[in-house]
Structure formats: structure tokens, C-alpha cells
Design a binder for this molecule. Structure first.
Ligand code: ATP
Length: 430
């Protein structure tokens, strides 16, 4: 009943506008500038940001600390005002002055989940109240029994128990508090959730659980996420599309795999090169690609965000864009990571046209370190030597270690058998 009343009075259409490919645009930033302070002290935190987020996708915004990610998130929920440009939700402008009714709908439809659950949960309130707060503010329940039912269902959905509802946030672990934060957001039945570094403050072991929970909600409720993170490794496996932001400028937007295969802007490449390699030996020999903004000469030829095809947008001047297009059209994935040989000096700059060789990027897939390699090398020790050398040459260090272990063990056992044989031979002769 309450729900029906809200829907009837809605200032927003049921669906957003469609793009040329028929995808529904839920959120759209159009040439958005966000400035803090005035006069000489003014800080332009976000410059001319434009992007669309489609219904049901996970769109990630990635960049180093202070690049303006949170500022954009807070502008979407109307906390930060836009100095220029506009933000549209389902095709309706939600930035600037809007009606009270629309403002309430935005608050309800767009929820935010924060990095530090400890800091954003009211420590004096019970979990029951924290989760119910939005329900109270928007009268989203028929009666007390209905509210209790909604809250109990939600606490179970995030993997906690109804008996946890009477407790306070400090009685929970970081991961559990993030679950409470998610419950508080999801009970509002939002369409868009802005997740601002939701797993950065959590133990590595807990991170996947929270991401899986977010994925579950997305699947069940068709939630759209704007996921904010400072490194690409976190977002690679959860994002449909990624936007990279550097000091307030969005420098590249592409589908996730496209971005990892063709990181055209040098800043994106530096972020990819910063992703830790799970093999300590490779990590030790990795040459970090550092971004030097002085490589761009924007004195006369001004940069702009340009569509270079393949649903891929890059920020650059006309000369750079031509180069980016040529690199993309060559169709050969670009190299972001250089593994140095023993004793080799790290290059001071990175060759822009370099191509992936027998590359690290393949390493996690093929370099599995399977135990069966050790078993095979154990029984076929002479062939194990060849396999060991081959994997070493290709820098498949996990496979190399397995083959080496199997081969050594194989030769040890073979040696022991030969020794025993010789001893028995000697004993039978003497
Ligand atoms: N309320 C504010 N007043 C003044 N400056 C601000 C304010 N909020 C943000 N800034 C400035 O805007 C810039 C972008 O900040 P923002 O918090 O959006 O960065 P971020 O990319 O989210 O970084 P982090 O990952 O550290 O949160 C920074 O230079 C910051 O100092």
C-alpha cells in the first residue's frame, strides 16, 4: 500500500532513456565540474566529467587518493553541488535545484555504502534501528510487525542473525559491520548503490565475502553499482566497465577486458603495472611503470575525451588520439608490465608500442603449479629436466618449482634403487 502510494507520486519514470544499443541509462554525468572553496583557494576536484551508467551493471571509478572519486559519488547523492554540468537519473536532472519530492526519491533510490563501516554506523543505535532508519524516514512499512519482518529478512540476507538486531555496531567485526551497512542500504530497495571503497578497510580474507554478497544482491534485485576503488586489482573481476580518473580528469573509460587489454592512457597503464603479481619472484623483477604527466603537451592542442571505437573513450589531444586509435586498431594487446631479467636495469621510460611477449598476464592462467607436473616428473625424471628448464625459460615459476621438485625426488628414488641394487649385487658376488 505504502509502496503503491510512493510509486504513484513518483517524479521519476519507471525506466531511464535508452542508448543507441538499447541499453537503459540509469545515471548520466554530463560535463560535471565540482569545485571546493572560492577565489584563489578554489580547488577544482572534478573537471568536465562525463559518463553513463547502465541499468544492472557494475561501473567502477578508479584512481589514486585525492583524484575526486568520492567527490563524484557525493555529487550523485546531492551532497556535493556541481559547479557546472548536470547529473541525470533516469533522464531526469537531479543536480542543482530540484523539487522536494524528487530529492526524497533520489535519497531513496540511490544508496551509498562507505569504506569504513565503523565510522558511518551510529555507535549508540542498535543494529535494528540502524537498518530501520530509512524505513522510518520514508514510512516504508505497514505496521510494526511488517517492519520487524523486513528487518529480520534483511539481516538474514546479509548473513547475520535476527538476534544480532539488539546489539550495537562495536560488538561486530569489520566484515560484519560492512554487512550491516549493506543491509541498511539494501532495505531501501535502491536501484543504484554507490559503494565507496567498501572492502578497502577489511581483512583480505573477508573481502571476497562482501563482494560476493554485493554480487548476490545485484543478481537478485538487478542493482546497479557505482564502485569506487583506488586500485584496479580489486575491480577487475567485479566490473563490467571501468573509468580511470587522474587528479579530477577522467582519462579513460572502457569495458573491463578492453581496458586491461588496451590500456591506452599512460596513467591507466601505470595503475595496471602497480597491481601486485601473486608470485614473489615475478613481483621482485617487475619494472614499475610510472606515469609522468609531463609527457603530454596540451599547450596548443587541447585534450578531450574521445570515443575511439570498441566502446572505449580516452582523454587526449588530437595527436594522442590518433596514436591511441592506431594502437587499438593494430589489435595487439598492449604491454603494461615488464619483467626484468636477473641484473637487468629497469628502463627509465616504457616503450609505448611494446607488445605482450610470453607475458605475465598469462601467468596466472597457465602457470598453475599443478601437483601433476611433479608426479609426472617424478616418474619420468629425465624428461623432468627438460620440462624444468622449459618452464624456467618461460618464467612459469610455479610450474618450474613443481617440475624441479618432482625431478629431484625422481632422481633421488632412482639413485636409491640403483644403490640398493649395487649393494645386493655386491653381497651376492662376495
Ligand atoms: N569538502 C571538501 N572541501 C575541500 N576540498 C575537498 C573536500 N572534499 C574533497 N576535497 C578535495 O577534493 C579532492 C578530491 O577528493 P576526494 O575525496 O574526492 O578524492 P578520492 O579520490 O575519493 O580520494 P580517497 O580515495 O583518498 O578518498 C582532494 O583534493 C580533496 O582534498
Amino acid at each position: 500500500m505504502t509502496q503503491k502510494l510512493i510509486n504513484r507520486a513518483s517524479e521519476l519514470p519507471a525506466r531511464g532513456p535508452l542508448n543507441e544499443e538499447g541499453r537503459e541509462i540509469l545515471l548520466s554525468l554530463k560535463n560535471v565540474d565540482i569545485t571546493f572553496g572560492k577565489g584563489d583557494n578554489a580547488v577544482k576536484a572534478v573537471k568536465n566529467a562525463s559518463f553513463d551508467i547502465y541499468k544492472g551493471e557494475t561501473f567502477s571509478l578508479v584512481g589514486e587518493s585525492g583524484s575526486g572519486k568520492t567527490t563524484i559519488g557525493r555529487a550523485v547523492i546531492r551532497v556535493n553541488p556541481c559547479a557546472a554540468g548536470e547529473i541525470d537519473y533516469k533522464g531526469v536532472r537531479i543536480s542543482g535545484k530540484i523539487s522536494k519530492a524528487l530529492d526524497r526519491e533520489v535519497i531513496r533510490n540511490i544508496q551509498m555504502v562507505f569504506q569504513d563501516p565503523a565510522a558511518c554506523l551510529n555507535e549508540r543505535a542498535t543494529v535494528d534501528y540502524i537498518i530501520s532508519e530509512g524505513l522510518y524516514n520514508f514510512h516504508l512499512f505497514e505496521n510494526e510487525a511488517d517492519r520487524v519482518k523486513k528487518v529480520e529478512t534483511m539481516i538474514e540476507e546479509v548473513g547475520l542473525l535476527p538476534e544480532h538486531l539488539t546489539r550495537y555496531p562495536h560488538e561486530f567485526s569489520g566484515g560484519q559491520r560492512q554487512r550491516i551497512g549493506l543491509a541498511r542500504a539494501m532495505i531501501m530497495e535502491p536501484e543504484l548503490v554507490i559503494a565507496d571503497e567498501p572492502i578497502s578497510a577489511l581483512d583480505v580474507s573477508i573481502r571476497a565475502q562482501v563482494l560476493n554478497l554485493m554480487k548476490k544482491f545485484q543478481k537478485e534485485r538487478e542493482i546497479t553499482y557505482l564502485f569506487i576503488a583506488h586500485d584496479l586489482s580489486i575491480v577487475r573481476f567485479i566490473s563490467d566497465r571501468i573509468a580511470v580518473i587522474y587528479k579530477g580528469d577522467i582519462v579513460e573509460i572502457a569495458d573491463t577486458e578492453e581496458l586491461f587489454d588496451y590500456p591506452l592512457h599512460p596513467y591507466t597503464r601505470s595503475l595496471i603495472s602497480a597491481i601486485p603479481i601473486p608470485d614473489p619472484k615475478l613481483e621482485k623483477h617487475k619494472a614499475l611503470f610510472t606515469y609522468d604527466p609531463s609527457v603530454h603537451d596540451y599547450s596548443t592542442d587541447k585534450p578531450q575525451m574521445t570515443d575511439i571505437g570498441h566502446n572505449h573513450f580516452v582523454y587526449g589531444n588530437s595527436k594522442e588520439i590518433e596514436e591511441y586509435k592506431a594502437q587499438r586498431e593494430a589489435g595487439v594487446p598492449l604491454k603494461s608490465i615488464t619483467i626484468l631479467d636477473e641484473g637487468e636495469e629497469a628502463p627509465s621510460s616504457v616503450n609505448d608500442n611494446a607488445v605482450v611477449d610470453e607475458d605475465f598476464l598469462q601467468t596466472p592462467i597457465h602457470d598453475t603449479g599443478s601437483i601433476w607436473l611433479a608426479v609426472l616428473c617424478f616418474f619420468l625424471a629425465p624428461l623432468g629436466i627438460i620440462a624444468t628448464l622449459m618452464f624456467k625459460k618461460r618464467r612459469h615459476f610455479r610450474n618450474y618449482k613443481m617440475c624441479r621438485t618432482g625431478t629431484i625426488a625422481g632422481f633421488c628414488v632412482l639413485g636409491a634403487i640403483i644403490l640398493l641394487f649395487l649393494i645386493f649385487l655386491l653381497m651376492s658376488v662376495l
